[in-house]
Design a protein around this ligand. Structure first.
Ligand code: NAD
Length: 248
């Protein structure tokens, strides 16, 4: 028996990287998956690769209208949503004094407001499904500070706090909400980062998108007594008193 047989799952930012791996694994476990993104060609290719359990949908997570349209389309093809993975994210570099306000807002809009809109829009659908799980992809940048990516760090700490509040508010409806905190993972987002920077950490390598996907599956299907919780995959990087420098 597969773990998510016929459950409807919506994964944002699923056209590549971590989101694509999550969509693929959830579908392999029987879920009907909406691959949502703004990269239409890549997203459609991911859905085609997964097969008839997946469908691509254009969704810019910063748009409330976009979320409303996406939810209608999802419910009409898959039924009420049981699993929402708020994975879409961007990083923009710049020390606080150097970064423009527009850049700061772009990062917050996608990484934090996008997830807020997701929960805000999809929670009623989960209620109709009889319960569900929201998995917010935060980061080790939601557990510590990193120089040069203040907006990203603020967005990922914000997402962690949003997770805990949503967990409290939605428990009554049998909806669990958890955050997942990866350290550096091999994806297009980290393509220009130097893996040798991991030499001092207990597991001295970057992680793989499939490792994050397995954690998300665990949270969605197995972690039935956890809500508001942080699930960390970092190769031990955050164990050190002085963190490994994040900047490439
Ligand atoms: P990626 O850049 O490879 O993929 C991100 C996806 O999000 C892309 O497909 C992109 O088109 C999509 N996206 C961006 N803006 C969007 C928007 N407005 N609406 C919808 N989709 C949008 O990045 P990734 O490494 O796969 O990251 C996925 C998530 O994991 C992000 O939230 C990221 O912050 C987080 N994360 C990544 C790492 C890492 O090392 N790669 C570590 C910790 C956390």
């Amino acid at each position: 028996m597969r773990k998510l047989e016929n459950k409807a799952a919506l994964v944002t930012g699923a056209a590549r990287g971590i989101g694509a791996a999550i969509a693929q694994l959830l579908a392999a476990e029987g879920a009907r998956v909406i691959v949502a993104d703004v990269l239409d060609a890549d997203g459609a290719a991911v859905a085609t690769r997964i097969g008839d359990r997946a469908r691509y949908l254009h969704l810019d997570v910063t748009s409330q209208d976009g979320w409303n349209t996406a939810l209608k389309a999802t419910e009409s093809t898959c039924g009420p949503v049981s699993i929402l993975v708020n994975n879409a994210g961007i990083v923009e570099w710049g020390c606080i004094e150097e970064q423009s306000l527009a850049s700061f807002r772009r990062v917050i809009d996608v990484n934090l407001q996008g997830a807020w809109l997701g929960i805000h829009t999809v929670a009623p659908s989960m209620r109709r499904a009889g319960g569900g799980v929201v998995v917010n992809i935060s980061s080790t940048a939601g557990l510590a500070g990193y120089a040069g990516i203040g907006a990203y760090v603020a967005s990922k700490w914000g997402l962690r706090g949003l997770t805990k509040t949503a967990a409290l508010e939605l428990a009554v409806d049998r909806i669990r909400v958890c955050s997942v905190h990866p350290w550096t993972i091999h994806t297009p987002m980290t393509a220009d980062m130097d893996e040798s920077s991991t030499a001092g950490q207990p597991i001295p390598r970057f992680g793989e998108p499939e490792e994050v996907a397995r954690m998300v599956l665990f949270v969605a299907a197995e972690a039935t007594y956890s809500t508001g919780t942080e699930f960390v995959l970092d190769g031990g990087a955050t164990l050190a008193a002085a963190p490994v420098p994040y900047r490439p």
